[in-house]
Design a protein around this ligand. Structure first.
Ligand code: GLP
Length: 257
């Protein structure tokens, strides 16, 4: 099912698997149409199914990633690349080791850098010099964060150091041996960096995301719900499973009645 709310195209699927397959088809189409695309990639449990489907398509259809460059949204700080909870490790396990992307084309904020300020500036500059992100994949936190841009009083524009919200630390503790081991900081692309992407694809599944998806799409545009800024982007697609779509669908039905 497809609906359009303002500028945002929403695709609603029955299951997580279907959501992942649709997302994988869209990303793969981007790679086929523009083989030297710059992809913006996300981590978390939501896009894991999409990466699995992308690898399947890669294995059956010989999609060529050799000219693709990728920039990840964020990384914990401080964290070692080989730490199994790092996003660098996540990306390698879920996608990069399975496809023919060149190591030189993979960019992830360096969770081991000493000079964070310089790292952040260089990250944005590199994206800019390469011509900008063609397609940015996003998940969403239960508090509306995208990347690690937490609710705030203003939109932080460029790649920057973030102090994680207690909610985010709690939510992400499931990936760590204990909550105490979740780093309290991260480096994240900023809202402007994300909004500069030519296309955006946001994924969400599960009832736990239903309320924040509703606020993202219908709510006031406010740094208090960072994802709400997407209402101002010209080319956003959101793919939801039916649980994450629950409140959006109810709202749309009420307005029809
Ligand atoms: C993390 C990431 C986000 C991600 C969010 C949601 O905090 N920094 O990029 O979108 O979690 O994660 P999940 O998909 O596991 O719900």
């Amino acid at each position: 099912m497809k609906i359009k709310i303002g500028n945002i195209n929403i695709l609603i699927t029955e299951t997580y698997r279907e959501m992942s397959k649709k997302a994988a088809s869209l990303v793969t189409a981007q790679v086929i149409i523009k083989p030297n695309s710059i992809l913006g990639l996300a981590t978390g449990s939501t896009p894991a199914g999409m990466y699995k489907e992308m690898v399947k398509i890669y294995n059956s259809d010989q999609v060529d990633y050799s000219e693709i460059k990728s920039f990840n949204l964020d990384e914990y700080y401080p964290i070692k690349k080989y730490n199994k909870q790092s996003y660098a490790y996540y990306m390698d396990q879920h996608l990069f080791k399975h496809i023919n992307i060149s190591n030189q084309h993979i960019f992830i904020p360096n969770g081991e850098c000493e000079d964070v300020e310089t790292e952040c500036r260089a990250y944005d500059e590199r994206i800019h010099i390469l011509g900008g992100i063609d397609l940015q994949v996003l998940g969403i936190g239960v508090n509306g964060h995208i990347g690690f841009n937490e609710p705030d009083v203003h939109f932080e524009s460029r790649t920057h150091m973030v102090t994680l919200d207690e909610d985010t630390i709690k939510a992400n503790a499931r990936f760590f041996p204990s909550k105490d081991e979740v780093p309290s900081r991260a480096i994240s692309m900023g809202i402007r960096t994300i909004m500069d992407s030519k296309k955006i694809l946001l994924l969400a599944n599960g009832l736990g995301k239903a309320e924040i998806i509703h606020r993202t799409v219908f709510g006031e545009i406010s740094p208090n719900v960072p994802a709400s800024i997407l209402q101002l982007h010209k080319d956003v697609t959101i793919i939801l499973d039916k649980d994450a779509a629950e409140q959006v669908l109810n709202h749309a039905k009420c307005n029809e009645a």
